[in-house]
Design a protein around this ligand. Structure first.
Ligand code: ADP
Ligand code: MG
Length: 349
């Protein structure tokens, strides 16, 4: 990070659009039988048979969603794919294809785009998805990257936001708050670097949370785990914005309420120590932080035995009748209404 390597810079002007697309995509192979034709024609040709197709798209804009002063391009490529795959997995589907569209200014050399595509390539290989197309265009300023992902799932296995019932258990994968705190660390180091560019930061105590921010992983493994455990989530969403707003999405779509237990929220020890350092409340960070890309879902109580004790899954609450509303039950056993903004509005209660 922040290192200044002597790098080769090949101007994009030398390649032309077709040369560039060919160069960036030549090593991508198709591995799914549903990918009949990928890059190279006017459109990709896909062949799905008995399953349903899910489709999702997300756009990342320089200066809004990422900052290239601490986000390596390889990580950006990887993350741009992850945020889309996460949405596919949140439908309980398996991702199969992606398209990648980029707009870049001529301030980026070819080598920068190679880095970006090496991250995309790694994501495709690790998550077994085919890159089947995209678009390449110039921008006057900055970089923009838009990924579309397709996935497949049997009709009866689709997990909508709207399926939760009162008394269903609320479950989350992994742990929360890390990505937000990783961002705080990176922002702080950026400010230090601006003042003293010779100061190389020691980020080793923060490896976990910085990785959560720069290299998030979509929870394909959780979808596979639920399948193996024979657990059908009654509703599901991925955590891109923060636990509180995702809970409210599930509750609203399902027309139910929710009780969330503060002492059950899973936190990594690094998150707890970073919260102490930044003088932040770890519950607030988990509720409002965002970008963790964990899965939040509900299950019928009869499935509790199947997930009990699983190290990847934590029961953090249960759904209620809609009229009961959405509440956080604190460690002190007080009941606080959950709001989408979490943070300040909590303090005012
Ligand atoms: P058209 O002019 O018909 O839109 P393009 O020249 O944009 O065709 O694209 C040619 C082929 O390359 C298409 O298959 C397209 O999907 C693919 N492609 C273009 N840009 C990208 C990209 N950035 N990443 C992956 N595939 C791309
Ligand atoms: Mg095009």
């Amino acid at each position: 990070m922040l290192e200044d390597k002597e790098q080769k810079r090949t101007s994009l002007d030398n390649l032309g659009e077709f040369g560039l697309i060919e160069h960036l995509t030549e090593n991508f192979n198709l591995s799914h039988s549903s990918s009949k034709v990928g890059i190279g024609d006017d459109a990709a040709v896909l062949d799905y048979t008995d399953e349903k197709t899910v489709l999702t798209t997300d756009m990342l804009v320089e200066g809004v969603h990422f900052d290239l002063s601490y986000m390596p391009l390889k990580h950006l490529g990887y993350k741009a794919v992850m945020v889309n795959l996460s949405d596919v997995y949140a439908m309980n589907a398996m991702a199969t294809q992606i398209t990648v569209s980029i707009a870049v200014s001529n301030r980026f050399p070819l080598e920068a785009l190679e880095e970006l595509y090496s991250g995309i390539d790694l994501a495709c290989k690790l998550y077994n998805v085919d890159l089947v197309g995209g678009d390449t265009t110039s921008s006057t300023k900055g970089m923009l990257i838009s990924v579309t992902a397709l996935g497949q799932v049997q009709d009866h296995k689709i997990a909508y936001r709207s399926g939760a019932k009162p008394n269903d258990l609320l479950v989350v994968s992994g742990d929360l708050g890390g990505a937000y705190l990783g961002l705080q660390v990176l922002e702080r180091e950026k400010e230090v670097f601006k003042v003293n560019p010779n100061n190389q930061p020691d980020l080793s105590p923060y490896t976990y949370i910085v990785e959560r921010q720069l290299k998030p992983e979509a929870r394909k493994d959780v979808v596979e785990l639920l399948e193996k455990l024979e657990v059908q989530p009654t509703s599901m969403i991925d955590i891109s914005d923060g636990l509180s707003s995702e809970i409210l999405h599930l509750s609203k779509s399902s027309k139910v309420g929710c009780n969330l237990f503060e002492d059950k929220i899973p936190l990594d020890p690094t998150v707890i120590s970073a919260c102490e350092e930044f003088k932040m409340d770890s519950t607030m960070v988990a509720l409002s932080g965002g970008e963790d890309y964990e899965l939040l879902f509900t299950i019928d109580q009869k499935d509790f035995e199947k997930i009990k004790g699983n190290p990847h899954l934590t029961v953090i609450g249960h759904m209620t009748e809609e009229k009961e509303g959405n509440h956080l039950i604190t460690r002190a056993n007080t009941k606080i209404p959950i709001s989408a903004q979490g943070w300040n509005s909590f303090k005012e209660e």
